[in-house]
Ligand binder design. Structure first.
Ligand code: GDP
Length: 445
């Protein structure tokens, strides 16, 4: 029930869809059933799963037919869009105070990764030119202050901690004094590490809530272990009701993390996930990208990218015309050039072709492909007469030499281009007639 398994599940579902020409309600129901099962296996909360699958079903059956995509691509797109929406849509960045210091308070269960995250965040903020101060307000565990000191040292960050041996201090007092200290010493950011318990309890919440009131933080970040599973919903709700938070940090995403926590927490609390903590090292911190997480869940990132690009770069009508030309032998060097330029628009051609399933046999050719070749190709084709572009049979030896001179290429270059074009036209003709997808038209995933 890891992300990987969920991905495999959905991939399998989509594979079944790929062979269908049109989506029937039965197809949609089958897909939705698979998605529901996969999400539940990944420990996504039941209510979240229900909402999610209902939306996907409704949209898939709805009349929003996207002409640029085939049915399978369309379902992929719907599932992806809904996942991204649940995960918060846009990437959300940390918010800084207009008047420093910015106060960032951390809350979460013990062992969730708060202290580790505090160090990672301090390190990253320092790299960005900030001067963060860590405040040790976890006075519950005897070792907590010491642990934060170690983390601060590793991160090279300043720390404000109560003097050892002064008995158990008051975390609210320490937090307040920490912010004051930062103001005096010109630290522009304060990161307050608060106490956690193994389970949610009223006293913990009261303390966190008091610290919040006393320090008026710009961000309250709820740190949650991505492996927490079904408990994610209850824990997140308890912290939302008890302290409320402005954002979420998903920790231990490097491990055998269940995808459920990300979806559940974001969905149930409506709060954005801001960071992904992905390891025990100080460097293992990433901004959380809803779209990337959705792609990771679907394991179809490349195909999603391709869908996006295909929609941008092609209109259906043109794709159909090109396919028609292929099939009827009317594909010319001019079309070839136009196609290459379209592909160039779609980003790296190599990458784009590599993303298409079933292009494995073209791997070697892809590896040999050089994008600058499009420019060279263009130069050669531009040096031909319109008649030659339409009919390569006109290209005799002297014409080829002339074209080579005109384009600054060698005769060998010209010969290679012509040969390659003729081969490609032949290949695409076969493909177009066989009904298998042609590359630019994206007939099927
Ligand atoms: P706190 O009690 O909330 O302050 O949690 P800690 O920061 O002490 O983390 C608890 C344990 O989880 C420690 O052993 C950390 O090394 C480990 N840990 C924290 N963050 C991560 C993470 O992103 N990935 C992994 N693999 N381990 C983590």
């Amino acid at each position: 029930a890891t992300f990987g398994t969920l991905s495999d599940r959905l991939t399998e579902t989509f594979r079944n869809l790929r062979t269908k020409g049109k989506l029937s309600p039965a197809d949609v129901d089958g897909t939705v059933r698979e998605i529901r099962r996969a999400l539940l296996d990944a420990d996504v909360a039941l209510q979240v799963v229900k909402d999610f699958t209902a939306k996907v079903r409704e949209r898939a059956l709805g009349d929003e037919v996207n002409k640029a995509l085939n049915p399978a691509q369309q379902v992929v797109q719907i599932v992806n869009e809904e996942l991204v929406a649940i995960l918060g849509g846009e990437q959300r960045r940390l918010q800084f105070a207009k008047n420093p210091p910015t106060v960032i308070m951390l809350a979460g269960l013990q062992g969730s990764g708060k202290t580790t995250f505090a160090g990672k965040l301090a390190r990253q903020l320092e790299k960005d030119g900030h001067t963060p101060l860590l405040v040790a307000a976890d006075l519950q565990r005897p070792n907590a202050v010491n642990q934060l000191q170690v983390v601060a040292e590793r991160a090279g960050a300043a720390i404000y901690a109560p003097e050892p041996g002064n008995g158990v201090g008051d975390p609210v007092q320490v937090s307040r004094a920490g912010v004051e200290y930062a103001r005096q010493k010109q630290h522009d950011i304060v990161i307050i590490d608060t106490a956690g318990r193994l389970g949610v309890d009223a006293e913990l919440m009261k303390q966190a809530s008091d610290i919040r009131k006393a320090t008026n933080p710009d961000e309250v970040l709820f740190v949650i272990d991505a492996m927490i599973g079904q408990d994610a919903v209850n824990t997140a709700k308890a912290f939302q009701d008890g302290v409320d938070f402005t954002g979420v940090v998903l920790s231990k995403l490097d491990g055998d993390a269940r995808g459920g926590a990300a979806l559940s927490v974001a969905s149930v609390t409506g709060r954005p996930i801001i960071f992904a903590s992905t390891g025990e090292n100080l460097e293992d911190l990433e901004p959380f990208h809803p779209d990337r997480m959705a792609s990771r869940i679907l394991d179809l990132g490349d195909i999603l990218t391709l869908i996006e690009q295909a929609q941008q770069a092609f209109d259906e009508e043109e794709a159909r015309k090109v396919a028609e030309k292929f099939a009827t032998d009317q594909f010319t060097l001019e079309d070839f050039l136009a196609q290459m330029q379209q592909l160039k628009k779609m980003g790296s051609m190599k990458k784009m072709l590599g993303m298409l399933p079933g292009m494995g046999q073209m791997k070697q050719q892809l590896d040999d492909f050089d994008e600058r070749e499009i420019d060279r190709t263009e130069a050669i084709i531009r040096s031909m007469t319109p008649a030659e572009r339409r009919n390569t049979k006109l290209l005799n030896g002297s014409r080829r030499a002339r074209i080579a001179r005109g384009s600054g290429m060698t005769v060998t270059d010209v010969n290679q281009l012509v040969n390659r074009f003729e081969q490609a036209a032949k290949m695409m003709k076969t493909v177009a007639r066989g009904g298998t997808p042609n590359i630019p038209g994206m007939g099927a995933v």
